[in-house]
Design a protein around this ligand. Sequence first.
Ligand code: PGA
Length: 248
Amino acid sequence: MRIPFIAGNWKMFKTKAEAKAFAEEFAALYQGTDVRTAICAPFTDLELLVELFRGTGIGVGAQNVHFAEEGAYTGEVSVKMLEEIGVDYCIVGHSERRQYFAETDETVNLKLKKLLEGPIRPIMCVGESLEQRDAGVLFDFVKGQLEGGLADIAPEDIKKIVIAYEPIWAIGTGRTATPEQAEEMCAFIRATLIDMFGEEVADEVIIQYGGSVKPANATDIMNQDEIDGALVGGASLKAPDFMQIIDF
Ligand code: PGA
């Protein structure tokens, strides 16, 4: 049984004061739910959110991490640092990091392996561009991201990884993939995981859809068989909107 998992991705939004205001508003709305939920916030908000969400069942995630244990990597944050403050999840390989910060399948793979040494669950993002979709290479491309990102990871560790399918053309554009398009790729991702790691492992992996998820389309997306959750950018910035999505 896969428990649905809906996570917010705040990207580079919300100062600590703004995060506090969100957490207070959200905690007042939140009555508990059958779905698992988390907010992935900027590093500067994480410790505060862990404190404010303690005991509520709402998880906290980072949006990036370095793969080295420690070292001379100015500006970077280690897995150990995230673990110490009690972070539950970490996004790896978001398309914005691939596009603007030179993230590759190789660095995604190294980050996943480092995270899997400890308790933090990675949320690995994959997804094609509009050009790739139009050229009909979307499945090959996502397969390559899965093969590269998940290379040499043990099957028992694969179950800890959440996969987020986020077509780049649907992120922040208001242009959501249709539930059928999202389902088609999420089913393909699961079939690829079956080929790579076997059915028992692939059956347990949570696969999210991300890209312009909002209260108005959350139900249709969440009702698809192979979609187990959502990664929500813009609509996770407002507590009532995010609450409505969780309540799909
Ligand atoms: P969006 O972002 O919901 O604002 O499209 C999704 C994401 O990038 O995770």
